[in-house]
Design a protein around this ligand. Sequence first.
Ligand code: AHR
Length: 502
Amino acid sequence: MAKKLQKAEICVDRDIAISEVDKRIYSSFIEHLGRAVYEGIYQPGSKFADKDGLRKDTIKLIKEIGVPVVRYPGGNFVSGFHWEDSVGPVAKRPHRIDPAWNVIETNEFGLHEFMNWTRKADTQPMMAVNLGTRGIEDAKNLIEYCNVKSGSYYSDMRIKNGAKDPFGIKLWCLGNEMDGPWQMGHKTAQEYGRTAAEAGRIMKFVDPDIECVACGSSNMHMPTFASWEATVLQESYDTTDYLSLHTYYGNQDNNTPDFLASSVDMDHFISAVVSVCDYVKAVKKSNKTINLSFDEWNVWYHSNEEDKKLKKWVQHPHQLEDIYNFEDALLVGSMLITLLRHADRVKIACLAQLVNVIAPIMTSDTGAWRQTIFYPYMQACQFGRGIVLNTVVKGPAYESKHGDAPYIDSVVIDDPESGSLTIFAVNKNLEDAYEVSCDLRQYEGYKVAEHILLTNDDLKAVNTEAHPDQVAPVNYNGTTLEKGLMTSVLPAKSWNVIRLTK
Ligand code: AHR
């Protein structure tokens, strides 16, 4: 088929904004699962470890991204977690089974080690409490341990364990995926809503400055979706600040156009949850708006078959180690654009996860490297700061299993403070390039600073330890700006970061 240069137009008005970006939209997640913690961020004895056993090479890559917040310690793991097991002298910490992932948790790395790691990685914690096998008493004790200065049983225990100052953790997840039958301590929406309300209430008695995230649905296709959200919020509206969303996509059918259209599904999911939040707001005649925490999102499917072969009750096996290819990076770029387009309501989002487990960063005993998805995530985090403009893309769409999907997916972010304008764009057309125009006459004096391009002839190309740069961004001479009209050529199947500065 002859390759054509297709046309599209991006329309923005600098006075028509969606919202300022909350930088926590670029957060991530470390679960006690597989080699995320052990061998990922913590490996005493490794030539990459510092004196605390923390891997310096992964910290360096995490700082390269600039991850603002890291959710911890789960995930499914948290629903059976006894946090007390993970503090105090390491030699006395019990080894426990983790029935969520059928492994043994040694507790060698625990709460204090995580807090020490967050400081070194220049990030902030988002801590989850166990509302599965435990409940509000445990949530109260944990926040006392973390956030009360001194003079009480658990705060003094923290001090005895070496942390004189409180951890001051501000962001708390009230359990994890409690709607899922796979979850330890799975609950009905009514049961969970009551528990979340009381956990949040007692936690805010202890520290009124915290923010609480209640569990929404594990994905939009759960049988209880929407009624779960409505019931949970009916019960916990006053103490909840954010409602969580989770979703993972895969290309099991090897249908790339359908796979790349998954961001349309994500978009519908966000809009639907916003509607439910606002429905409950109206029912309650409340002035308070519940915002969203999309605290698990990614591509996850490559490792599913391999993981079925795992033996039970071993320590930190290779688990959920998806090796991401180029098309995965395109979808991750598109999912980031989707989150940004909902920046008025999505205030927190966590790419799940960060190291080794469905992650942008991989490690071995001999090094650490960037997976394909590292790049759109890092670039969005670095350049996607400022005010999201209402971005309308005029151009063709294709039919997909998720509905009509525009070939060009884009969002424009204006940062008046630094005098920069950033355009993220994915071209999902696998054959044709697009010439995209954008009227930027309102941005007088701006110049094209760079156009960074991620593309590859092979949709299935991957980065490995031996070949870490098979898929890597390049500087591209694809954008011009003349008399206020920007014209960009977006190659077929590409992720683009176009930056203009004053
Ligand atoms: O991120 C992997 C798992 O996916 C998490 O533990 C769980 O919350 C979700 O189902």
